[in-house]
Design a protein around this ligand. Structure first.
Ligand code: BGC
Length: 252
């Protein structure tokens, strides 16, 4: 096993994707392989898909895995867009038992942000970077230089006057659900950005997730007074960052 190669897996509400990653370069060494997220997305059902991915790549080393919930020391503590049966499950242990490989599991937005900070839009940046992934939910990650404060769940803030979580109002799923134009959605997202800006005063924002590919469509509606940068690794960030998180397991 070469030290700089790791398997990265990104578990999402609709798909579970993996690839072998060169963590020196932050690049995928294989095609991404995607399997639909099982319904219901119970721990056992997801663990079987994780095993399928490991077998697909004939992988025999450490695996890093992004997971769409709070994950503290390998244990899922919440479950917004995944089966509630995950709450309290030690994902690292479960995946290890299912595949016999060592696993590092972390929040999906934290994983994507690790990749953006190491290789992408946040590379070498000073001060505080606030990263947001816009997809089925809104994931957030907060960095001071290259140091992550894990498990910030700021997609669940309530904007003033709103009864629902901000992600219900401003995620990509909200745009699709409401059939919103880019201007209508862009203004909503800008409201969210301004709200978090005035709570954290970061030096910059980095916007990732599915919507980062469409950044040019809503960039014009953004009014926060700091740079807002599109993520550079696009849909690979989750997989690359997941692989990075397993770096410490690769002792060979
Ligand atoms: C979850 C976060 C996750 C985000 C993106 C939110 O609903 O609470 O943990 O990072 O969705 O998947």
């Amino acid at each position: 096993m070469e030290k700089h190669k790791l398997l990265g897996i990104d578990i999402g509400g609709s798909g579970i994707k993996g690839a072998i990653v060169d963590i020196k370069k932050g690049k995928l060494l294989t095609e991404r392989h995607r399997i639909e997220t099982p319904k219901p997305s119970t721990p056992m059902a997801v663990a079987h898909v994780v095993r399928e991915l490991v077998e697909h790549f004939a992988w025999d080393g450490p695996v890093g895995c992004g997971f769409p919930a709070v994950v503290r020391h390998g244990v899922a503590l919440t479950a917004a867009n995944i089966s509630r049966k995950w709450i309290g499950t030690n994902a690292e242990e479960l995946f290890h038992e299912t595949t016999d490989l060592p696993f590092a599991v972390l929040n999906d937005a934290d994983a994507a942000a690790l990749a953006e900070m190491r290789y992408g839009a946040g590379k070498g940046k000073k001060g505080v970077t606030f990263l947001i992934t816009i997809g089925t939910g809104i994931g957030t990650a907060l960095f001071l230089e290259d140091k992550l404060l894990p498990n910030t769940e700021l997609g669940h803030l309530h904007l003033p006057g709103n009864k629902q979580d901000a992600e219900y109002f401003a995620s990509d799923a909200a745009r699709k659900r409401g059939d919103l134009s880019w201007s209508a959605w862009g203004k909503r997202f800008d409201q969210y950005l301004n709200y978090v800006y005035h709570l954290f005063y970061p030096d910059r924002f980095v916007i990732g997730g599915g919507a980062s590919k469409k950044f040019d469509k809503f960039e014009a509606f953004i009014t926060v007074p700091v740079p807002v940068l599109p993520a550079q690794l696009l849909n690979q960030a989750g997989i690359v960052g997941a692989a990075l998180s397993a770096e410490h397991l690769n002792k060979k």
